[in-house]
Design a binder for this molecule. Structure first.
Ligand code: SAM
Length: 282
């Protein structure tokens, strides 16, 4: 790819090649995975400008409920943004980060490694029958997730909740930070939710960007990264892309499913319109 073409694709620090000595073939330098992770964070912030505030609120709940030494799952971890923040803030914590997309896991592993042996990466499809078998043994005091579970349709999502109900001990916590819409039957509220999304999109368009632009640019650049070639082949084989289904499962259905999975306290603990953090206490 030529330099201007790279700039158009939004690639700031691309795959680079060392200048060879006479007679030596060019040698590929390892990609800058930390930069890939930073760019992931920037494109996610374009969808959710309050992303960091939401992470902080979720970590406050972890600290109040579990203290500063715990082991949690990060469900649909992507390249590990939330795992990284948890492990930075809680030096005695451990995280098991689960994602079924080999592209984001490779980037996360490249950028964060194991963070001193405290971060474990797991390949599993959440909500698929038997997904729990992929987890390492041992106790989990909590499970967290950000901007991920809206990818799941009702059947796998509710299976995931049932499994978490069995996996977490009494007093354990589940925290989901995601778009959790009001029920369509609450007409005033669901219209408000949709109206706010439209307003936000109009503002983005006024800046000549749509909300998905950063996401598309990031994935276009990732597809061009030679070190991700085999992960991409597997990504395509698994169809591990953003799902096409429309309409996220309403908040009320999440609440019901968590209660019937054995979570005794279930409520929203943070929100900006429909961008919420749902807490379940086992
Ligand atoms: C928008 S990203 C969010 C990543 C990260 N949690 C964050 O906040 O930056 C959604 C992630 O969920 C993962 N995901 C979606 N459905 C999944 C499933 N059934 N099993 C495992 N991972 C899943 C996707 O592969 C993707 O990495």
């Amino acid at each position: 790819m030529t330099r201007p073409a790279r700039a158009r694709a939004g690639v700031r620090r691309p795959y680079s090649v060392t200048v060879p000595c006479a007679g030596m073939p060019p040698r590929a330098r390892a990609p800058d995975w930390k930069d890939w992770l930073e760019r992931w964070d920037r494109q996610q912030e374009a969808f959710n400008p309050t992303r960091e505030a939401r992470f902080d609120a979720m970590m406050d709940v972890l600290e109040v409920r579990l203290g500063r030494r715990f082991r949690v799952l990060d469900l649909g971890c992507g390249p590990g943004s939330f795992s990284q923040r948890i492990l930075r803030r809680f030096p005695a914590a451990r995280v098991v980060a689960v994602d079924y997309d080999p592209v984001v896991r490779q980037i996360g592993q490249g950028a964060l490694g194991t963070m001193g042996g405290r971060l474990t990466w797991v390949d599993a499809k959440l909500g698929a029958p038997g997904w729990r078998r992929a987890l390492p043994p041992g106790r989990f005091e909590g499970a967290v997730s950000t901007t991920a579970l809206h990818w799941l349709t009702a059947r796998p999502l509710f299976r995931l909740y049932r499994d978490l109900g069995r996996l977490l001990p009494r007093g354990g916590v589940f925290l989901d930070g995601d778009h959790l819409p009001w029920d369509e039957r609450d007409r005033d509220l669901s219209e408000l939710g949709r109206g706010v999304v439209r307003l936000y999109r109009r503002r983005q368009h006024a800046r000549a960007r749509d909300t998905w632009a950063g996401w598309r640019e990031w994935w276009t650049a990732a597809r061009r990264e030679p070190a991700l070639r085999s992960a991409f082949a597997e990504h395509v084989r698994r169809a591990a892309s953003h799902p096409k289904h429309e309409g996220d499962i309403p908040l009320s259905a999440h609440v019901r499913a968590l209660r019937s999975a054995g979570f005794r306290t279930v409520d929203v603990v943070w929100q900006v319109f429909e961008n919420r953090v749902l807490l379940g206490v086992r």
